[in-house]
Design a protein around this ligand. Structure first.
Ligand SMILES: [Cu+2]
Length: 508
């Protein structure tokens, strides 16, 4: 192994593609560890956080406590409220402003490798939590970056290759909330009127212990629980007053899709999604929320009475799957998600703003490859998964059609029509927020599409998009600021762990 200093190492990573072409290893795990185990003296953070992943015990159900893995931490510099737990929950929330400089000391107290990915953030390659940086038990990884995302509901979770699904499932996830001046100008409900709900399904055994993917079928279809936890809590009830709330929802489930609607048939008012606020509010009869997607809702309870209870449900849908496992609550089953209880009278809220934010639309005709979109096909069959016929099995492998140029706008077409086994895949692209410009449904799966399609929130900025069976979805995305390797993958975490994930390389 050759010896490199930190700077050379970073350049090496940035030039990963060139080295690959020369047939040399672009890095080694040892180099990655050494490069990231210490803080940089000349980086002056506004906020500094200590974050650890560790085993723990939680009273999730009545009776025995549940063994979990948890993120724990605290802000050691800057505003102490930069790191908090969701009320009554073991899920953390990092709150920062756009432009702030962050240093996060991540310590791995698990007895297996881990690394943290900041989902939705635009970061240098080395800060993105690529699995090549997974650290061993007892080791630390220091993240240093400037927040460069518009206000929105992002999140963080482990990303070690092959182990992401289980680590998230056992409890490792948190919200990463960014605020900015544009959001402030929208004057949305804040503080106690700004709520967050993290939706995750779990399966428990008779001793209240978590059960995870026991066989190939449970991995192929994506692992499903039969019990929905909100903010890590069973039978979650949200107390509210008779006023308006901003509610941020994250689907933190490994593979469950939710079709969210109120039980009294009132429409949902959507104000934001993955990459922050929409330009203006939208009304939908229901909202489809695939794994890793976020949606922000405006919920006005001002015409309700104290004592009212309203249930948010997941409605039945046809998941369009060509195979079904034996899970107790399949994707597409109907179930209650949570209950809202009106428990106090409050002053009438301010009105929902007509304009929320500014979004400049990319134009298809400006894409450098508008004539021939890059096509990516997720596929499954014979106990295997793939993307364009390839799997993630080498940390730095990148194919010819996975190399893009810095500062270009591209159109990518996700084509879910080349698989032996059909199912919907939520595809996530690291490093950027994209725009969804076109969906082409497949008439063979019209039934599935019609039961979910009206709930897609394709407006605004996205980093995950659900691609239905047979469907082709076109995205516009721009690669700015950073060169290096980034991932794109299915966010059904079992698919990701099986290798439905690939690198793409941004080259200068
Ligand atoms: Cu998938």
């Amino acid at each position: 192994m050759f010896n490199v200093d930190r700077r050379t190492f970073i350049q090496t990573i940035a030039a990963g593609g060139a080295l690959l072409a020369a047939g040399k290893p672009a890095f080694s795990a040892e180099m990655a560890h050494r490069a990231a185990s210490e803080a940089t003296p000349d980086f002056k953070p506004d906020v500094e956080i200590e974050l650890a992943a560790a085993p723990g015990e939680l009273p999730l159900l009545s009776g025995a406590t549940t063994h979990v893995w948890q993120f724990k931490g605290k802000a050691v510099r800057g505003d102490p409220s930069s790191f908090q737990m969701l009320p009554g929950s073991a899920l953390p929330v990092i709150h920062v402003r756009n432009g702030q400089k962050l240093r996060i000391h991540f310590a791995n107290h698990l007895d297996e490798d881990s690394i943290v990915h900041w989902h939705g953030l635009h970061l240098p390659h080395r800060m993105d939590g690529h699995p090549m940086y997974a650290i061993r038990p007892g080791q630390r990884f220091v993240y240093e970056f400037r927040v460069d995302n518009r206000a929105g509901t992002y999140w963080f979770h482990p990303h070690p290759h092959g182990r992401t699904g289980e680590q998230v499932y056992r409890g490792l996830a948190g919200l990463f909330i960014v605020s900015d001046d544009e959001e402030k100008a929208a004057a949305l409900p804040s503080a106690e009127f700004d709520l967050a709900w993290v939706l995750q399904d779990r399966l428990f055994d008779r001793n209240n212990q978590l059960v995870y993917a026991r066989n190939m079928m449970e991995r192929m279809q994506g692992f499903l629980g039969d019990r929905v936890l909100i903010n890590g809590q069973a039978d979650f009830v949200q107390p509210v007053g008779t006023t308006a709330y901003r509610v941020r929802l994250l689907n933190g489930s490994n593979s469950r899709i939710y079709k969210l609607a109120w039980d009294d048939g009132r429409p949902l008012t959507v104000i934001g999604n993955d990459g922050g606020l929409l330009e203006r509010p939208l009304q939908r009869p229901y909202v489809t929320l695939a794994p890793a997607e976020r949606v922000e809702l405006w919920m006005d309870f001002s015409d309700r009475s104290v004592g009212d209870q309203i249930t948010l449900r997941s409605l039945p849908f046809n998941a369009g799957m060509s195979m079904m496992g034996g899970s107790a609550m399949a994707n597409g089953s109907a179930f209650p998600v949570l209950r809202v209880r009106v428990d106090r009278k409050l002053a009438k809220p301010r009105a929902l703003p007509a304009k929320l934010s500014n979004i400049s639309r990319y134009r298809l005709e400006d894409a450098v490859n508008r004539i021939s979109p890059r096509t990516f096909s997720p596929a499954m069959g014979m106990g295997q998964v793939s993307l364009n016929g390839r799997r993630f099995d080498k940390m730095d492998e990148v194919a010819e059609n996975e190399i893009v140029k810095l500062n270009t706008l591209e159109v990518w077409e996700l084509a879910n029509d080349a698989s032996m086994m059909m199912m919907a895949h939520p595809i996530h692209v690291h490093n950027l927020q994209f725009q969804v410009v076109q969906r082409k449904a497949d008439p063979r799966f019209a039934g599935a599409y019609e039961t979910l399609g009206a709930g897609f929130i394709d407006e605004g900025w996205k980093d995950v998009v659900l691609v239905m069976p047979g469907e082709r979805v076109k995205l516009l995305m721009k690669f700015t600021d950073y060169t290096g390797l980034y991932l794109y993958h299915c966010h059904i975490l079992e698919h990701e762990d099986m290798g439905m994930m690939r690198n793409y390389l941004v080259q200068a």
